[in-house]
Design a protein around this ligand. Structure first.
Ligand code: FAD
Length: 692
């Protein structure tokens, strides 16, 4: 029997948050892909739970609102410290999310539920054609380097041999089966068992050729190892337990997020969750160790292995973790009911120095960075990695963009991973270290410093201030570079003085010109693979120069020389790759719909007018005024163009009129390919607007 052979544009290995985000993009863009996972079932409880503001913005852009609706929205963080008399006191309260940073606030929901929203989206976007293939393991991966260098979108340089696992292989031992736990996955050591199994045959293997492969296979990534990439960084001896349960306690802040430092017994992070559950991150000062992994001094002393050797997973139980929590909470009491999940982990901060091979095989998520979970970053950062990569793969697979745009993935995301590791390094050590006690001369950590690092880190942790480096996708002219209050170089064009080029385009309320309904501008830019040119037309009704600029733009967009025409494949809707959205600042009622040039409100094949492309920054009847121009720092008597990438990042800001149009055309000329084929019909809200 000969093994089955097949091809696909993109193979995704691993169906955790990073893999599912990749699949969601590809399903939306109608790219043929496969997504495999070695485990026979998705996770149902536990693992990560924190959702940051930027992640929620991205979910909304995909029309995934379930996590926000079902989750617990966290409002306040309380800090508790030793009072020097054997007790604890609340030393501070701060808002959980930086005020005004996003229209969403940090919230919590378990990872299994979040993943199920993705699965539904992938299914609906692909009209039921794509789903996670479980119990499948990659056995080998080979890159044909010659083919890999080709610019053609029709070559398949990566060959992966896949194996269908039997039921036993796909369901690993969980170390204590009664309550779901993550002990198997949280520590290294079991990965090779998969590869030692015999019985590979043509009947259970498949040879798959792919244009691109994305390794989203977690912290112990097989793909990363096949590429010969070693993680860089360090691990600590601190071991932390995690427990999800309903608490019975007299501690007053149990429904607030709390950071509790005890004098002698370590620290706890309390995270109030959905359905009355609370997650506890508990420092385990004494951890059961594998007796065979004693340190030299323990061997010499004939002592039990207690502090440094390998963790003995089989002896970590919920009772053991709860015991550690009870000591930290003293003098408050705590017991738990309805234990949903538990695990233990060792803190380590590591980053992969390289995130791809030949720009054909990529790694993402935990495969590229590991750190402590207390800043709520693992799942969020992993999803944001592939949110960055997914649309780029879609553009390249469709032959719309030069493959060089894929090079920006590592540069943009690795810098963020380093920033995250630095933040996590500081926070973890301040959280795990013994605190300095009031009135005593000890060398404990300063809890004031801990609070400051925590507070400063909140803006970063929200994911909303990430700033991507200059590249073919990010135009940052040197003259706009200025250091901010932290000494970081930021690029701001004075035409939009509150927009930092390279950061995500924040949302503001505007009104639809046609209906007077209030909208969040970001909701007019769903994640469907399109670039947007937001045309801030200014108060054009009261300014002849701005009216003239509107006419110039209207004529340009309807002319044959328009770059939008040049790059849109024949047969595709004119707004299917690059969409122009107008936001003007004249009084809404002073303007009639038909005053706007036709090219700003393009008609479809059936001559239907598009009423959802023109907005106004004006007062609404029921929702107040969004003051969008003020929020973006745009002068209504001047206006500006803001170019926004398919992942919502500001690519460039340009002046209105001919000069700005030329600047934007040059931007797209830098990476978009002139299409050689007509558009094909693809899935859901595809990039060509051709969905049935
Ligand atoms: P993962 O979620 O690890 O997904 C990787 C997927 O790849 C898995 O489904 C796996 O089965 C599959 N896979 C692995 N190898 C292969 C292979 N060779 N072939 C095919 N499939 C493969 N974060 C927090 O913030 N708080 C927490 O309390 C917390 N607890 C965690 C507990 C555990 C047990 C683990 C593993 C992670 C935890 N995390 C936690 C981290 C968080 O879950 C991750 O940061 C996040 O899931 C990363 O997403 P990912 O998609 O990169 O990787």
């Amino acid at each position: 029997m000969v093994a089955k052979e097949s091809t696909t544009d993109v193979l995704i290995i691993g169906a955790g948050p990073a893999g599912l985000m990749t699949a969601t993009w590809l399903a939306r863009a109608g790219i043929p892909f496969r997504i495999i996972d070695k485990r026979s079932a998705k996770i149902f409880a536990g693992q990560a739970d924190g959702l940051e503001c930027r992640t929620l913005e991205v979910f909304r852009s995909f029309g995934i609102d379930g996590p926000w609706n079902e989750s617990n929205h966290m409002q306040e963080v309380c800090f508790w410290e030793p009072d020097g008399k054997g007790g604890l006191f609340r030393s501070a309260r701060i808002p959980d999310t930086v005020k005004g940073i996003s229209r969403f606030q940090q919230c919590v929901l378990h990872q299994g539920r979040i993943e199920s929203f993705f699965l539904d989206k992938i299914s609906s976007s692909s009209q039921g054609k794509a789903e996670v293939e479980r119990g499948i393991l990659p056995l080998s991966i080979d890159i044909d380097e010659k083919l890999a260098a080709s610019d053609s979108e029709d070559v398949y340089p990566v060959t992966v041999v896949l194996k269908n696992l039997d039921e036993e292989e796909a369901q690993p031992d969980q170390y204590g089966g009664k309550i779901a736990n993550g002990l198997f996955r949280q520590f290294q050591g079991d990965q090779d068992k998969y590869y030692s199994s015999e019985g590979n045959s043509a009947a259970n293997t498949e040879i798959l050729r792919a244009k691109y492969v994305v390794g989203c296979d977690g912290a112990h990534s097989w793909v990363r190892k096949q590429l010969g990439i070693e993680m860089e960084g360090e691990s600590t001896d601190y071991v932390w337990g995690v427990l999800d349960a309903v608490p019975l306690t007299n501690f007053p802040d149990i429904r607030h997020r709390c950071a509790i430092h005890s004098a002698e017994h370590g620290s706890i992070m309390v995270i109030p969750r959905e359905h009355g559950v609370v997650r506890f991150y508990i420092q385990l000062q004494e951890t059961p160790r594998d007796p065979d992994s004693k340190t030299e001094s323990e061997k010499e002393a004939g002592a039990e292995a207690t502090t440094k050797g390998r963790v003995d997973r089989s002896r970590i139980t919920p009772e053991f973790i709860l015991g550690a929590a009870q000591k930290i909470f003293e003098p408050y009491t705590i017991d738990v009911r309805d234990i949903r999940w538990y695990t233990a982990y060792q803190i380590g901060q590591r980053v992969s120095p390289s995130w791809h091979k030949n720009n054909r095989v990529f790694i993402a998520g935990d495969a590229c960075h590991t750190h402590s979970p207390k800043a709520g970053q693992g799942m969020n950062t992993s999803m944001m990695d592939t949110y960055n990569l997914g649309w780029k793969l879609a553009w390249v697979c469709k032959g719309l963009a030069d493959p060089k745009i894929l090079e920006t993935y590592e540069d943009e995301r690795r810098q963020n991973a380093y920033d995250l590791i630095n933040f996590d390094h500081k926070l973890s050590r301040l959280f795990s270290g013994k605190p300095h006690l009031p009135g005593q001369d000890d060398d404990g950590v300063s809890l004031e410093e801990f609070r400051k690092v925590f507070e400063k880190g909140k803006a970063f942790a929200s994911g909303c201030i990430i700033d991507y480096n200059p590249s073919c996708l990010e135009i940052k002219p040197a003259e706009f570079g200025k250091k901010d209050e932290f000494g970081d170089l930021k690029y701001v064009n004075p035409l939009a003085s509150k927009i930092t080029i390279g950061t995500r385009f924040d949302s503001a309320q505007v009104l639809s010109q046609s209906e007077a309904t209030p909208h969040h501008l970001a909701d007019a830019m769903p994640s469907d693979g399109r670039f947007r040119i937001v045309y801030f037309a200014g108060d054009f009704k009261n300014n002849a120069a701005l009216t003239e600029k509107m006419n110039v733009l209207g004529e340009y967009l309807s002319s044959e020389s328009s770059f939008i025409r040049k790059y849109t494949p024949s047969g595709a809707k004119i707004d299917s790759l690059i969409e122009v959205l107008t936001v003007h600042a004249s009084p809404r009622t002073s303007v009639e719909w038909f005053e706007f040039p036709q090219s700003l409100r393009p008609k479809d094949d059936c001559q239907r007018e598009d009423y959802w492309k023109i907005f106004v920054d004006d007062d609404s009847h029921h929702n107040g005024h969004g003051h969008a121009y003020e929020k973006y720092g745009i002068d209504p008597s001047v206006g500006a163009f803001v170019v926004v990438r398919p992942d919502g990042y500001v690519a460039t800001v340009a002046p209105l009129g001919k000069e700005g149009i030329e600047q934007i055309a040059k931007y797209f000329d830098g990476f978009v390919k002139v299409p050689t084929k007509p558009a094909e019909k693809v899935a859901e809200v595809d990039m060509y607007g051709l969905a049935e």
